[in-house]
Design a protein around this ligand. Structure first.
Ligand code: AKB
Length: 323
């Protein structure tokens, strides 16, 4: 990777990926874009170009103008919002990806695009879900993720485009809030733990989903894109996880820091149904073996990090327990 173009750069992952890419590859070699026009040509110290990813012509022009060699295509609608607006989700997620693939083919770029644990459905084995298994998804987001995986593999085999992807779990971060996902509760819970010492979860007790700290997700994306292609048996997309958590698991870890914290439930049937169609835990052996994936953060270190960083961000007094 020498010159990198990031779509969806204002989103939860994009906003932290851009900073890390800038640190590693230099601010002149990273170009950020998003459908939201921030009204200036600079974001986090890198060049910013507004882009609606469904606009293939503009996508092509930007990538050509900046002599990009790697596209990190993050612009997409997440699971809950995709279920609310399925037509829009198909349009943005599929047309956006198709444009990213076509631009990569024409201008010979490598392409990273995230898949998700949403690429698994109700008939997929639930525990320790294998890398290669049944993917009969029943959500619009899942349909765009499975179709995207197949399309990316097709462009690799047919046109030699260097496509790579990760089935990302819920990503936990303190910088930018996720928007419209099913795993969003696992971020909100930390904000509310500090603000009001209680949280009402829209996901039911006992519902396990895979999660990962943002730092691990960003490092994994970069590591996969820098991996030796001759070692990759799979491409689109790799299972990768750090922990499998239900709401009460996070709550009991938070209680170690904020003993008065209380967890309540008011389950949202739409997001609960999505969560129930996803695995409890996935097996990421292929990612570990083929490109050395590993995650630094577990539940304990992630909770410490979230509470410490968010207390600064929200300006809320918080005294971490003595070590
Ligand atoms: C979502 O909840 O939609 C995302 C995902 C797991 O892909 N965080």
């Amino acid at each position: 990777m020498k010159r990198i173009f990031v779509t969806g750069a204002l989103g939860q992952i994009g906003s932290e990926l851009v900073v890390k890419l800038k640190e590693l590859y230099g601010s002149r070699n990273v170009i950020a874009s998003d459908v939201k026009d921030i009204g200036k040509d600079n974001y986090e110290g890198v060049l910013f170009e507004p882009l609606d990813v469904t606009d293939g012509e503009r996508f092509f022009k930007i990538v050509k103008r900046h002599k990009i060699d790697t596209i990190m295509h993050l612009g997409a609608l997440l699971s809950a919002v995709a279920e609310q607006y399925p037509q829009k989700a198909w349009d943005v997620n599929m047309m956006g990806l198709y444009n990213a693939l076509e631009v990569s083919r024409e201008l010979e770029c490598a392409l990273f695009t995230p898949s998700s644990i949403a690429a698994f459905g109700p008939t997929t084995p639930k525990d320790n879900t294998p890398q290669d298994t049944i993917q009969r998804v029943d959500t619009m987001y899942g349909i765009t993720k499975v179709s995207g995986e197949l399309l990316c593999d097709y462009y690799f085999k047919k046109f030699g485009v260097d496509t790579r992807g990760i089935r990302l779990p819920g990503i936990i971060s303190y910088k930018t809030l996720p928007g419209g996902g099913t795993t969003d509760y696992a971020v909100e819970i930390f904000y509310e733990a500090l603000r009001s010492k209680e949280y009402t979860s829209f996901i039911a007790e006992g519902t396990k989903m895979d999660m990962m700290c943002m730092e691990d997700a960003v490092n994994a994306i970069i590591k996969l894109m820098e991996a030796d292609p001759s070692k990759l048996i799979h491409r689109n997309a790799f299972n990768a996880t750090a922990m499998s958590l239900a709401p009460e698991d996070i709550a009991s870890e938070i209680k170690k820091h904020i003993p008065e914290f209380k967890l309540y439930y008011d389950v949202d049937p739409i997001r609960q149904a999505i969560a129930e169609s996803w695995p409890n835990s996935i097996d990421d052996t292929a990612a570990r073996e083929e490109w050395g994936f590993s995650a630094k953060h577990d539940l304990a270190s992630m909770t410490e990090l979230m509470l410490e960083k968010l207390s600064i961000k929200l300006n809320i007094e918080y005294n971490p327990p003595a070590a």
